[in-house]
Design a protein around this ligand. Structure first.
Ligand SMILES: NC(=O)c1ccc[n+]([C@@H]2O[C@H](COP(=O)([O-])OP(=O)(O)OC[C@H]3O[C@@H](n4cnc5c(N)ncnc54)[C@H](OP(=O)(O)O)[C@@H]3O)[C@@H](O)[C@H]2O)c1
Length: 293
């Protein structure tokens, strides 16, 4: 069944996600801060470009959003031109930004003042997952509300699940990032060691990837790391933003995350080496840099 929906934030992720909603027959009103990108989107898809989040959200049953961080999310939701001001009571705001759980709860409470339902739904799967409509979506919100938006999320997801109330999607994404940080650092150290030991690192990976050391990172990034190529998606600047939310949440809930905290510092070294836009597997670079000294 076709629905009236909106999409705010047509970045690397949001642009193709909004495209899948349109391709599935939904009527999509879009907003992007840089208007030329919204113009580009409507030249490629059925839809309407709007000048503010509020005007994009007007009349829609469900408003999707995918912007950068907590502050960006507040910018596009609150105030006279924010999405909440345009949304009708009973409609649902679905946020795909990776944010803090704190801001999800804060905006959930704010939305409730307008009679709007709020769902936090960060994604994993990267640019390729968004472009192929194969994202994994981790969701927090009321059960009935999450069920209500599930068929729409299916347009761009291969896996979606509700993990609890508002904030639970962001907390689950934090678990995801903790796993990735430790795994990538382990792989970077392993490749560095193999090289220093005079082994053929590519051959070593071919062998050990068939055993217990195997990981998604090993299967998808080891070869590009060995080649010194770090242009494969999720950027170090984004990862530091995410680890910032992880470490803030850990301070609140009493978790001890020594490896995540350390890897966050290694990523700051990558930034200092000019690699803020390199992908997360660039943890190999500071190791090689130190070895060269
Ligand atoms: N890229 C990935 O591989 C990936 C994977 C998983 C999760 N994520 C998460 O998904 C989110 C979006 O990532 P992305 O890669 O799509 O980022 P991006 O390409 O930089 O896009 C960010 C979008 O947010 C908009 N925006 C940012 N600040 C804004 C503000 N203050 N007011 C209005 N609009 C604003 C940008 O508008 P402009 O066009 O005007 O700049 C753009 O449309 C992030 O939270 C990221 O951590 C990304």
């Amino acid at each position: 069944m076709s629905e009236d929906v909106s999409f705010i934030g047509l970045g690397v992720m949001g642009y193709p996600m909004a495209g899948y909603l349109a391709a599935n027959g939904h009527t999509v009103r879009v907003y992007n801060r840089t208007a030329s990108r919204a113009d580009q989107w409507i030249s490629e898809h059925e839809g309407v470009a709007c000048p503010t989040p509020a005007s994009a959200a007007t009349g829609s049953e469900v408003v999707f959003c995918c912007v950068g961080n907590d502050d960006d999310l507040r910018d596009v939701t609150l105030g006279d031109s924010g999405a909440f001001a345009g949304m009708k009571a009973g409609s649902v705001f679905v946020d795909h930004t990776t944010s803090s759980a704190r801001v999800a709860r804060e905006l959930g409470a704010e939305a409730a003042k307008y009679g709007i339902e709020y769902v936090d739904a960060p994604v994993s799967g990267g640019q390729a997952g968004a472009e192929n409509g194969q994202l994994t979506v981790m969701i927090g919100g009321k059960e009935a509300v999450v069920e209500r938006v599930a068929p729409l999320i299916d347009c761009f997801a291969r896996m979606q699940a509700r993990l609890g109330d508002i904030g639970s999607g962001q907390l689950t994404k934090m678990v995801n990032q903790i796993c990735i940080a430790g795994t990538v650092q382990g792989l970077a150290e392993a490749l560095h060691f193999a090289d220093q030991a005079g082994l053929d690192a590519a051959r070593v990976i071919d062998v050990i990837s068939k055993g217990a050391a195997q990981s998604w990172q090993m299967d998808n990034r080891a070869k590009t790391m060995i080649a010194g190529k770090f242009d494969y998606g999720f950027a170090v600047d984004w990862m530091r933003k995410d680890l910032g939310y992880v470490l803030e949440e850990a301070r609140c809930n009493g978790s001890h995350l020594p490896v995540a905290a350390l890897v966050d510092q290694f990523y700051s070294q990558v930034q200092a080496l000019g690699g803020g836009r390199w992908d997360t597997s660039s943890l190999l670079v500071p190791l090689k840099h130190l070895q060269d000294k």
